[in-house]
Design a protein around this ligand. Structure first.
Ligand code: ADP
Length: 267
């Protein structure tokens, strides 16, 4: 019989370049079904890591990109009107808890505070979700695990996770890898040649040093992957850097100039 969450099974192994012992550590956390928090800047591999882990553990993965309009019902479920009348539809968190999947809430602090409260009963010893609207308590399936990510860099204090929420999680710290590892990731992801990959990584490192000095976010691995794809499509190196690395991270003319100079000096 196929898994009730078959549609959420990854069909092929997502490539993930580990940076330390995080794969083994995550496995240990999963064996105990401990909730996991992934901290780190955007585009540094958090989502890819969860995808890789879900695949290798053979578990379905339900991912939700959180945003400020998100209410608790978006995670738990809601009544929908159809030909048969009103019907309860489980939300992603309930689905994962009921049938045993990994639920990944990306950028969880974006969601309203009431949504983070919903996850409390699921992340402590109770491991259950209370669906008040249909008067049901869903006991989490033994395979269920909650994973959330957040970017400490651009959260205001108000939006920061409440201590009572975050103390329920095992916390993994993510950051951009060292230059050689990042070049390896770029080659695997895009098949661009080693020299160009190394150059892109050097430019990213210049950008990352500007973080906090005019740049709110550094140039991420995701952006390097985009630049490499453009180069593979025949776009010139400098143009690809402008389109994929510089423009997306800044509107400030001076910072953009500094980055353009770095590109010219290196390419
Ligand atoms: P995040 O979830 O941290 O915002 P992602 O996991 O979506 O970032 O990573 C963005 C992209 O960067 C991925 O799609 C992948 O191409 C690449 N990437 C970053 N880190 C890794 C890694 N360690 N292994 C493989 N690919 C990576």
């Amino acid at each position: 019989m196929s898994h009730p969450l078959q549609a959420f099974m990854l069909s092929s192994e997502p490539f993930y370049q580990s940076k330390g012992d995080e794969v083994e550590q995550y496995r240990a956390a999963y064996q105990q079904k401990l909730p996991v928090l992934l901290k780190g800047p955007t585009g540094c591999g958090k989502t890819r890591f969860v995808e890789h882990m879900a695949y290798t553990l053979g578990k379905p993965l339900i991912s939700v990109a959180c945003n400020e309009d998100m209410a608790a019902s978006d995670l738990m479920g809601r009544f929908l009107l159809n030909e048969q009348g009103t019907q309860w539809i489980d939300g992603p968190l309930t689905l994962a808890a009921r049938h045993g999947g990994i639920c990944y809430l990306d950028e969880v602090v974006e969601a309203r505070q009431d949504t983070t409260v919903v996850i409390h009963a699921l992340t402590d010893y109770r491991r259950r979700i209370l669906l008040e609207k249909i008067n049901e308590v869903v006991e989490a399936h033994p395979d269920f695990q909650l994973v959330v990510s957040y970017n400490p860099g651009y959260q205001s204090l108000v939006k920061d996770l409440k201590p009572s929420t975050r103390q329920r999680f095992i916390s993994f710290e993510f950051d951009f890898p060292d230059a050689e590892t990042e070049a390896t990731i770029l080659i695997r992801e895009t098949q661009l040649n080693l020299d160009s990959c190394r150059l892109l990584v050097e430019i990213a490192q210049v950008g990352r040093r500007l973080k906090g000095h005019g740049l709110t976010e550094g140039i991420s691995t995701r952006l390097l992957v985009n630049a490499a794809h453009l180069i593979n499509q025949g776009i010139g190196f400098s143009d690809a850097c402008q389109l994929a690395l510089i423009s997306p991270v800044t509107d400030d003319a001076e910072i953009a100039d500094t980055l353009r100079h770095a590109v010219q000096a290196m390419s």
